[in-house]
Design a binder for this molecule. Structure first.
Ligand code: ADP
Length: 538
């Protein structure tokens, strides 16, 4: 006896079915017609011997004439025993049915003569040589039946598992796509109904195509680069892409791709799970936009207020000058008015500087920059009786995006003022050249030491978190978050120490900027809150 078609062939074929939409999943799976056997043999002796063995195995036996064999529906039997030639014919006929009926196939057994060679039985599931001892024949037939039933059960449970997977794939609301990595250009082999709804493309339209068609001409998105890198390294990743539906409208697609490997560990497929995150992206953009508008609003209000005071003085001085006859006093009024007008000019120039977007790094003297920011805050510092000491020890310029660094400095000074406004205090500002022990980079450290309220451990922990503020409506909680982003982009860092001990309360911020650390052009977004620090500072 020999098995000519191992059941594992069919099972492994099933495992390789990549798409749950494959017809293999359709149809019902049954272990067909247990207990029926058909014998079609010319030789009566063989039929009798086989018939009695099969009956001992509990099978009811149908004898088919070779003439009936061609028209009989062999799928109604569990076992078919016949000559090698008819077995091949049976096999071909059964093969005409799609794979899903495999469990309903009978085991086709060739009955060979002792002098027939094994090749004659190819095309059948097993071969038995007759005549032979009845006990041996019974044993062989029971093994064949056992193997056939075991295979049918395994087939059925594998099929049920796959069908369950298909139901899951079909019912999830996230889009699912499967791409074949083994084929050129990684074509899609499957997409689920949620993918079809999300993109407007049907399964038939996308199968065989690389999924890049969803990006249309927008190929140089950062998310695409992320996906390419992950695929090259056979890794999982998440990226947000701007994709286009079939009708041309765009949507934001948050895509998670994961590599799928076969039993030998070789990468065969990538599965993608995608969600339409357009609403979330629009909300975030609106939030950024409203922050920007709020900043512009506050800038306008503060500037109007700050300009109004010197403007009123100018008007008063001009009124006095108009009615003054003494040349000395007239000169004095005009000189005073000139000072006030200059003050207005400083305010507008500095404000505009915040809006001038740095796109090109340039060499900046940190002490000059500190002086210009401190000048801007001079009225406020003196209003709150804050003494300022500036130690200048940076002897070389730092290549940086000037307006961004100005924003950081301004934020540090404004926070120090806020921490000291309730009481008089002292702000010490220092620069010095230093080597950063972590990165080994040389640069300038800017230190801002105030004698303000200091911070609790809890505040220190949340300091750089966006929107964290202890100032209620007066704060935005964006200052230090934006500052740390800017400094990191310059390959620098911010350190902070603080104490609330009544005897030495205060805070020291140190901003380290490498001499040549700036890495990239600032993005539009990073500049949005650029006016923030100035606004509440004035
Ligand atoms: P905002 O100033 O709008 O609150 P920041 O991000 O600049 O936003 O600061 C966050 C918080 O950090 C402040 O609300 C304050 O509690 C604390 N903080 C920052 N600098 C100082 C400082 N020099 N002294 C005391 N607290 C400070």
């Amino acid at each position: 006896m020999s098995f000519t078609r191992p059941a594992s062939d069919i099972l492994s074929h099933l495992e390789q079915v990549a798409s749950p939409e494959d017809p293999a999943f359709e149809g019902s799976v049954t272990i067909a017609h247990p207990g029926m056997a058909a014998i079609s043999l010319g030789d009566n002796t063989d039929r009798r011997v086989l018939g009695s063995a099969l009956e001992q195995l509990g099978l009811s036996v149908h004898l088919l004439q070779p003439g009936d064999f061609a028209s009989a529906d062999l799928r109604t039997y569990e076992l078919v025993l016949t000559s090698p030639a008819l077995a091949r014919q049976a096999h071909n006929r059964l093969g005409e049915h799609p794979l899903q009926d495999a469990a309903a196939y009978p085991a086709v057994v060739s009955i060979c003569a002792p002098d027939q060679d094994a090749g004659a039985a190819s095309g059948s599931d097993a071969a038995i040589t007759l005549p032979q001892d009845p006990a041996a024949l019974l044993a062989q037939l029971s093994v064949i039946l056992y193997a056939h039933r075991a295979f049918a059960r395994r087939y059925q449970s594998a099929m049920e598992e796959l069908r369950l997977n298909r139901r899951i794939f079909r019912s999830v609301t996230s889009g699912i796509s499967v791409a074949d990595v083994t084929k050129p250009d990684m074509p899609l082999t499957y997409v689920n109904p949620a993918f079809e709804v999300m993109t407007g493309y049907s399964l038939e339209e996308v199968v065989g195509r690389n999924c890049r068609f969803l990006q249309r001409n927008e190929r140089d998105q950062p998310g695409v680069a992320l996906l390419r890198k992950a695929i090259a390294n056979q890794e999982q990743t998440t990226a947000v892409l701007r994709n286009f539906r079939r009708d041309g409208t765009s949507f934001w697609n948050e895509l998670v791709i994961s590599p799928i490997r076969n039993r030998d560990g070789e990468l065969t497929h990538y599965v993608g799970i995608q969600n339409d995150v357009t609403a979330r992206m629009e909300f975030e953009a609106a939030l950024r936009q409203s922050e920007k508008l709020a900043a512009v609003n506050r800038l306008a209000a503060t500037m109007a207020h700050e300009i109004n005071n010197p403007l009123e003085s100018v008007m008063n001085l001009l009124f006095l000058a108009q009615h003054e006859t003494d040349p000395e006093r007239l000169k004095h009024y005009i000189s005073e008015a000139d000072n006030e007008v200059r003050r207005i000019a400083v305010i507008t120039t500095e404000s505009l500087r915040f809006y001038r977007q740095s796109t090109r790094p340039r060499a900046v003297d940190c002490d000059d920059l500190l002086t210009s920011v401190l000048d801007l805050y001079a009225p406020k510092l003196s209003r709150f009786n804050i003494e300022v000491v500036h130690h200048r020890r940076a002897h070389a310029p730092v290549v940086c995006l000037e307006s961004e660094v100005r924003q950081v400095v301004s934020n540090m000074v404004r926070n120090a003022i806020d921490a000291m406004r309730a009481d008089a205090g002292r702000l010490e500002v220092r620069t010095r050249v230093r080597t950063d022990w972590k990165s080994g980079l040389r640069g300038v450290a800017l230190t801002f030491a105030d004698t303000g309220t200091g911070m609790s451990a809890d505040v220190l922990r949340k300091l750089f978190t966006p929107f964290f503020t202890t100032k209620g409506d007066a704060g935005t909680g964006l200052g230090l978050w934006v500052s740390s982003n800017i400094v990191e982009r310059h390959r620098g860092h911010i350190a902070v120490r603080s104490s609330q001990n009544p005897r030495w309360a205060g805070t020291v911020f140190t901003v380290f900027l490498p001499f040549d650390g700036v890495r990239e052009m600032p993005s539009q977004d990073s500049l949005l809150p650029a006016a923030e620090s100035l606004l509440s500072g004035l």
